[in-house]
Design a protein around this ligand. Structure first.
Ligand SMILES: NC(=O)c1ccc[n+]([C@@H]2O[C@H](COP(=O)([O-])OP(=O)(O)OC[C@H]3O[C@@H](n4cnc5c(N)ncnc54)[C@H](OP(=O)(O)O)[C@@H]3O)[C@@H](O)[C@H]2O)c1
Length: 301
């Protein structure tokens, strides 16, 4: 007799984090249903079943029932850093995930992982607020006993194919690093994308109930300029000169970035970089059964 398929729906399967989650799940023996935007469904690896979806529009739980009902678990790795026309952050981060979570509860899918983000609790950015609303929707269903769900909160995620990874690597090549004063002191605790993906695969196999939240952080804490300097050193380059921009100039450049929503720099990004993004690595270490790997290993690219 054939073993039953252990099917997992991964939303955002072609994103940076989603691609690595898909790979880790397949290596762990799961069958992946890949939630993708129609436009990008053709780039999937063989053996992965595409499932078109639109996080700007699919706000009704009924739309999701057929997509999730034959799945053992669901992982949501859809997100945007900046809002685009017709792509509201409230829909993508909150209204649609809330519908997805309700559909899981309605159809008996117990395990749901929501890739959120490590953010200061008092952050007033729309990014943080919309993500927190999705977390609250998921945790409410969990509190009612309808889901065995976990909110994953990564710090900066580092790895091949990541937009922020590419940006940090580019900044590390500059002999002078202009940096806004408000983002000089806050610390990050970057995690390798492979460790994040391994944590997802592990959470789908542990027999006990999941923790409500799990912070996903690496073994080292850096200020952002120190992190870029460490990447520069890994590239074999001599130390760069840090040019601290006055806070008003940093804010003005972020406002200029606000005018161009297709690129990552803007006032919300500056606000997110202006606060610590660190947490205790022990829970992730316990889950993985090993220390998370340093992002600096093999960072010479
Ligand atoms: N990267 C980090 O350092 C980091 C840190 C903390 C938290 N996070 C969170 O992790 C999640 C994934 O981030 P990422 O770095 O993997 O970003 P990414 O590479 O930009 O991937 C985002 C994914 O969301 C999908 N998506 C966006 N709008 C959509 C829509 N309207 N309908 C359906 N799918 C849509 C994208 O689909 P397409 O492939 O079609 O574009 C893509 O698959 C996000 O929620 C992000 O906030 C990331």
């Amino acid at each position: 007799m054939n073993a039953p398929l252990r099917r997992v729906l991964v939303c955002g399967a072609q994103g940076f984090i989603g691609r690595h989650i898909v790979q880790a799940l397949r290596e762990a023996g799961f069958t992946v249903r890949a939630g993708v935007r129609v436009a990008s469904a053709s780039r999937l690896p063989g053996g992965v079943e595409p499932c078109p979806m639109d996080f700007a529009q699919d706000t009704r739980p009924e739309t999701w029932h057929v997509r999730v009902s034959d799945c053992e678990a669901v992982i949501n790795a859809v997100g945007v850093l900046r809002e685009q026309p017709g792509q509201s952050m409230d829909a993508i981060h909150h209204a649609v995930p809330a519908a997805l979570f309700s559909a899981c509860a309605n159809t008996g899918v117990r395990r749901v992982l929501q890739v959120s983000a490590l953010m200061p609790p008092d952050s007033r950015t729309r990014y943080a607020q919309s993500k927190r609303q999705a977390e609250a929707a998921l945790l409410a269903l969990r509190a009612e006993g309808r889901l065995d769900a976990c909110v994953l909160r990564p710090s900066v995620v580092f790895g091949e194919g990541g937009a922020s990874t590419a940006l940090f690597q580019r900044l590390a090549r500059l002999p002078w690093l202009p940096w806004p004063a408000q983002a000089v002191r806050p610390r990050i605790q970057p995690i390798r994308v492979e460790d994040l993906a391994a944590a997802c695969a592990r959470l789908l196999t542990v027999p006990e109930s999941l923790p409500a939240t799990l912070d996903l952080v690496g073994p080292e804490r850096f200020t952002l300029p120190d992190f870029i300097a460490a990447l520069r050193q890994a590239q074999g380059r001599r130390p760069a000169q840090l040019l601290v921009l006055p806070a008003a100039l940093g804010a003005a450049s972020a406002r200029m970035g606000d005018l161009c929503p297709s690129q990552p720099w803007g006032s919300e990004t500056l606000a997110l970089l202006g606060a610590d993004n660190i947490a205790d690595a022990a829970p992730l270490q316990a889950l993985l059964g090993r220390t998370p790997r340093s992002v600096l290993e093999g960072a010479a690219a």
